[in-house]
Design a protein around this ligand. Structure first.
Ligand code: PBG
Length: 326
């Protein structure tokens, strides 16, 4: 085996073209999913304070944004809804004229090729802000399943291409698969938030979606950040229930989980680069403490290197722009 001075690892780093030739991982615009916050109402486009550059749009304000996204070549969006009113049965989540349902129709009409993924959860629609039905101050697993299934079906009826349940109830993938199949949506894939951790990095999202729990926390349904073996059990369960693709969330503090799941399961794997991860970078960039483009591209590359196929990220538009101009 060659060794120094015959072996010089720096040899392959001498020029940019050489470095590109031996590069192991690449980020491509086709890997990216851009999340969108849709707020009920008219004429609304408001920036989210803790997420500079990210807006809440009312359905009627969406089209210029959709045009931007498709022109940049971003293949998919992930929709979150913020309803006008919330209640104890999350009725806004599965109303045929709900805010997400309206948005899906508008998007599919103007950009039929753009993949519309919908987040299926109840927290944005529940007055208490929890992801399921609350009975005696507890989130009841089994009572939540029919509502999640109903929500998924109503998204599919409005034209959603992929259903992404993020509630972390046991059995939701099965309930959703059965409900979709029964209504003739056998070809609508499920992208399950399989290993979703009870993470502080969702803070800015909860401001954006006005979905912070009004009491307690999400620790009895979302995963403990200390666990990695359990992530594989979550993935196993969702695959057994019929998930077509799986997701790990958040991404950056969980690159080891992404790697483990990539090595164990042969399913398309998405990583969610969440709101807090976005806000931290933007805050540091505003202070002049980090180089924006280099830092963000490094993060995207790291998520790919860890093994993700798909990156859901609020940076998608800027990344797509940088990749175009490189
Ligand atoms: C809904 C949901 C959340 C996120 C995605 N879907 C919030 C939560 O679980 O509290 C977080 C996304 C982000 O932080 O960017 N349950």
């Amino acid at each position: 085996m060659a060794n120094f001075p015959q072996l010089r690892l720096r040899r392959l780093r001498c020029t940019e073209t050489l470095r590109v030739l031996v590069r192991e991982n690449r980020v491509d615009v086709s890997d990216l999913v851009y999340p969108l916050f849709i707020v009920e109402g008219k004429g609304i486009k408001e920036e989210i304070t803790s997420m500079p550059g990210i807006f809440r749009f009312s359905p009627d304000q969406l089209l210029p944004e959709i045009k931007d996204i498709t022109e940049l070549g971003i293949p998919a969006v992930l929709l979150f809804g913020i309803p006008e009113s919330k209640d104890k049965s999350a009725s806004g989540a599965y109303h045929p004229e709900g805010v997400v349902q309206q948005a899906i129709r508008i998007i599919k009409e103007s950009a039929p090729e753009l993949i519309v993924i919908t987040d299926v959860c109840l927290c944005e629609y529940m007055s208490h802000g929890h992801c399921g039905v609350v009975i005696a101050n507890k989130v009841d697993n089994d009572e939540s399943l029919p509502l999640l299934a109903k929500t998924a079906v109503s998204h599919a009826e409005a034209g959603a291409d992929i259903i992404a349940p993020s509630d972390m109830m046991d059995g939701r993938v099965k309930a959703i698969r059965e409900a979709l199949d029964e209504k003739g949506f056998q070809y609508i894939p499920i992208l399950s938030y399989a290993a979703k951790y009870a993470s502080a990095f969702y803070g800015p999202f909860r401001e954006a979606a006005q979905s912070a729990p009004q009491f307690g926390d999400r620790c009895n349904y979302q995963m403990d950040p200390a666990n990695v073996r359990e992530a594989s059990r979550e993935v196993e369960q969702d695959i057994a229930e019929g998930a077509d693709m799986i997701m790990i969330k958040p991404a950056l503090a969980y690159l080891d989980v992404i790697r483990q799941v990539r090595d164990t399961f042969n399913y398309p794997l998405a990583a969610y680069n969440v709101s807090g991860e976005y806000s931290m970078i933007k805050a540091a960039v505003r202070q002049g403490w980090l180089d924006e483009k280099q830092t963000i591209l490094e993060i995207m590359t790291a998520i790919k290197r860890a093994g993700a196929d798909i990156i859901i990220t609020y940076h998608a538009k800027e990344v797509a722009r940088w990749l175009q101009n490189k």
